[in-house]
Design a binder for this molecule. Structure first.
Ligand code: PLP
Length: 368
């Protein structure tokens, strides 16, 4: 073929088709949508399941550990799975504005999907306790941000009251469509592994995600798409562990700000998931979280946020109890880029500053 003919063909052929249309389109028969639902999507979902040998090796006994890297969603957290559903249903209902309380990721996701759907978003966050990347996102995606002098739990009380009294839709995980969207992560894991894992390890804040995964695993199991149900292993930061301690925490504290929540709204659902799956709730300290965070970065090339590392930290903490030859999935809920301050403060790498811009000083440092 002549060059000019090739060139012509290149410009007249149809562009490649997008082979992933987002999770609502993919799983619509499993979701409460109809052909009247306007699908507001940023092509979320289809995130990778990655084997992490450095973690498997630390456990031994033929155990295989994978991470579900949900930090690769469009706004960098699993919240997008729930938000595509919540915003599409809000749009279907004719709503013009949405509101949420957030430790950061919900606000980033709500703001992005609201903008995509032509809606206004308001987000209420605890002043000073939201990671920089998340705040930057909410602002760039066009939310109106209100940072309150109070923690997440207080912010949630306020938005619940506002959405009761005013024409504005609440998109926190009390919104049932959020959990519907989030359950699709369990579907993807079953499709990737050809079965459910033995254990699912997951961080818990408001405990919506563990409840959503459990719903997804059950639905696929009952449809014959998996041969077993996993044990649901939920982890919290020790300074913020209401589900482990069995009582609300008034002043939750942890480096993992995404799970700095003292009174989880989905606590009953999460307890049910734990009990019906013969699962377990445990807590991990901030230093255990940071240890797992560093291992994932340095040994696996995976940068997650501290809250996400709680799933791996938790698994390492109870590694003695892991059955031989089992398959385990740890959920990495958010992307490490969300919290650059934490990253810069917590790493074991060498960072030389003020280096002279000439070869000799550089080779000297490099040890040549
Ligand atoms: C929201 C969030 C969690 C906690 O999820 P819940 O559904 O509230 O339990 C964990 N990690 C990250 C990164 C989050 O954004």
């Amino acid at each position: 073929m002549s060059f000019s003919k090739k060139l012509k063909q290149l410009f007249t052929s149809t562009p490649p088709k997008n082979n992933w249309d987002g999770l609502i389109e993919t799983y619509k028969t499993w979701l409460p949508v109809s052909n009247k639902t306007p699908i507001i999507t940023l092509k979320e979902g289809a995130t990778p399941l990655i084997e992490v040998k450095s973690i498997s090796n630390r456990i031994g006994n033929g155990v295989k550990v994978f991470v579900k890297y949900d930090g690769l969603n469009p706004t960098g957290s699993f919240k997008d799975r729930g938000m595509t559903m919540a915003i599409s249903k809000a749009k279907e209902a004719g709503c013009e504005a949405v509101i949420c309380a957030s430790t950061g990721n919900t606000s980033a996701s709500a703001a992005a999907y609201a903008s995509k759907g032509g809606m206004k978003s308001f987000v209420i966050i605890p002043d000073g306790y939201v990671a920089q990347g998340k705040l930057a996102q909410a602002l760039v995606y066009g939310a109106e941000v209100l940072a309150i002098k109070g923690n997440f739990d207080k912010a949630l009380d306020i938005v619940r009251e506002l959405s009761d009294k005013y024409p504005i839709t609440l998109v926190n995980s009390v919104n049932p469509y959020r959990l519907q969207g989030q359950k699709t992560a369990a579907f993807e894991i079953i499709e990737n592994l050809g079965n459910a894992p033995d254990w699912l390890c997951i961080p818990m804040g408001n405990a919506g995600n563990i409840s959503a995964y459990w719903m997804g695993f059950q639905e696929f199991f009952h449809a014959g798409k998996s041969k077993r149900l996993p044990r649901m292993m939920g982890f919290q930061a020790s300074g913020s562990a209401p589900l482990v301690e069995g009582k609300s925490i008034n002043n939750p504290e942890t480096i993992a700000t995404a799970i700095r929540i003292g009174n989880p709204v989905n606590k009953e659902k999460a307890i049910l998931a734990k009990e019906s799956s013969n699962g377990r709730f445990s807590s991990v300290s901030d230093s255990e979280i940071i240890n797992a965070y560093k291992i994932l970065g340095r040994e696996e090339g995976i940068f997650c946020e501290p809250a996400s590392a709680a799933s791996v930290a938790g698994l390492l903490k109870i590694k003695e109890d892991v059955p031989k030859n089992s398959t385990i999935v740890c959920v990495l809920t958010g992307n490490g880029l969300k919290d650059p301050d934490c990253a810069i403060k917590n790493n074991d790498s060498i960072f030389h500053t003020g280096v002279e811009a000439e070869i000799n000083s550089i080779t000297k440092i490099m040890g040549f």
